[in-house]
Design a protein around this ligand. Structure first.
Ligand SMILES: Nc1nc2c(ncn2[C@@H]2O[C@H](COP(=O)(O)OP(=O)(O)OP(=O)(O)O)[C@@H](O)[C@H]2O)c(=O)[nH]1
Ligand SMILES: [Mg+2]
Length: 360
């Protein structure tokens, strides 16, 4: 999974990126700190994997990962070439999902590119630029497809007509993600930024983390209206606790009245948005978290591990992560009948532990 981070300049995108990836990108108190895009990989924190690796005495623990792209801040007019961000929107087009960082922290020492903190207005500015960029993409495609459709080929004629409707939809200010048609414009939608699942990140002050405030409420309202997700976190705090041990971080968060780090919330929301689930493999050599789409079968899941396992799939031993941890070992879980044998069409559930039997 690859997530692109967008937002106005100086709202905390790189600070968030660093807290997630530990990549050490430059984050400074002035707009347009980021020029070249930053790429990084974040390990997905997962208590279930920790617990499994513990009882299995695994020599290695391999978490699931998420790739992040942090680009320059976008400003009004970006789609017409203002600022820097537009040049880098290409990097966002390749992403599976968008994280839209919105400034909700007050801090007078950090300048805001507009008059002051105004999440609704900021979101609108960014979304307008993303829409205009998509509109330009669709218009180029309409030109190309209409020309080709002169041949009279039915699929092209249909696509051209659907693209016109999509252009209309975008011109009215609606994101491509709410366009009701799929099939004829599928290829176009893959390249559109506003077609991607979007996660709004309300970057709040530490003391607004637990309860939220009027700013974060506004972000949540927009997200709900658009069928997007919203999470509340403090990029600055995330960056601070990323350097602490899990115990220390937990204590610090508890002091602020929150149960888990913003990153954990963020990843959970991203998985929900993208319809992804996690299953595990666990043994002495390693315990590992794997990501598959919801609805994946045992055989497809086996293919995530190795293509040979998919090809030669015989059956999968499947247990629930908590029951395996409680049993204390795979053998014990088997004895206690906590492990079932499932066939190729078994639909994998979030939190399953799998041992695949296959013909090599
Ligand atoms: N008080 C406070 N300051 C923050 C927070 N997040 C970021 N900042 C500060 O805001 C300034 C800008 O942060 P960056 O992460 O560089 O912002 P950016 O969005 O990447 O900015 P550009 O790359 O210029 O678009 C830095 O001085 C950060 O320390 C936060 O949650 N609270
Ligand atoms: Mg930056």
């Amino acid at each position: 999974m690859k997530v692109g981070i967008v937002g106005l300049p100086n709202v905390g995108k790189s600070t968030l990126f660093n807290s997630l990836t530990r990549a050490g990108a430059e984050a400074q108190n002035y707009p347009f700190t980021t020029i070249e895009p930053n790429l990084g990989v974040a390990a997905v924190p997962d208590d279930r994997l920790d617990a499994l690796a513990g009882v299995m005495r695994s020599r290695r623990k391999v978490p699931a990962t998420v790739d992040f792209v942090d680009i320059a801040g976008l400003v009004r007019g970006a789609s017409r070439g203002e600022g820097l961000g537009n040049q880098f929107l290409g990097h966002i087009r390749e992403c599976d999902a968008i994280a839209h960082v919105v400034r909700c922290f007050a801090d007078e020492n950090v300048s805001h590119v507009h008059a002051g903190v105004d999440p609704g207005d900021d979101i609108e500015t960014i979304n307008t630029e993303l829409l205009l960029a998509d509109l330009a993409t669709v218009e180029r495609r309409i030109e190309r497809v209409s020309r080709a459709a002169k041949s009279g080929e039915k699929s092209l004629v249909e696509e051209a007509a659907a693209l016109e409707r999509l252009r209309e939809h975008l011109s009215e200010g609606n994101p491509a993600r709410t366009f009701p048609e799929r099939e004829p414009v599928e290829e176009a939608l893959r390249t559109l930024i506003t077609a991607k699942p979007t996660l709004y990140v309300a970057n709040v002050d530490e003391d607004s983390l637990a309860e939220g405030d009027a700013y974060s409420a506004e972000v949540e309202k927009v997200a709900a209206r658009e069928g997007a997700e919203a999470v509340r976190l403090s990029a600055k705090l995330e960056d601070e606790i990323a350097g602490l041990s899990p115990e220390e971080a937990g204590e610090y968060l508890a002091m602020l009245g929150v149960g888990s780090s913003g990153f954990e919330e963020f990843v959970r929301a991203a998985y929900r948005l993208l319809g992804l689930i996690t299953f595990f493999t666990a043994g002495e050599k390693e315990s590992r978290a794997w990501t598959v789409r919801e609805g994946a079968t045992a055989r497809e899941a086996a293919g995530r591990i190795h293509s040979d396992m998919e090809k030669g799939f015989i059956a999968a031993e499947v247990g629930r992560w908590d029951e395996v941890v409680e049993a204390g070992s795979w053998a014990k879980a088997r004895e206690e009948a906590k492990v079932r044998l499932e066939g190729r069409d078994y639909v994998v559930r979030d939190g399953d532990v799998m041992l695949v039997r296959f013909n090599a």
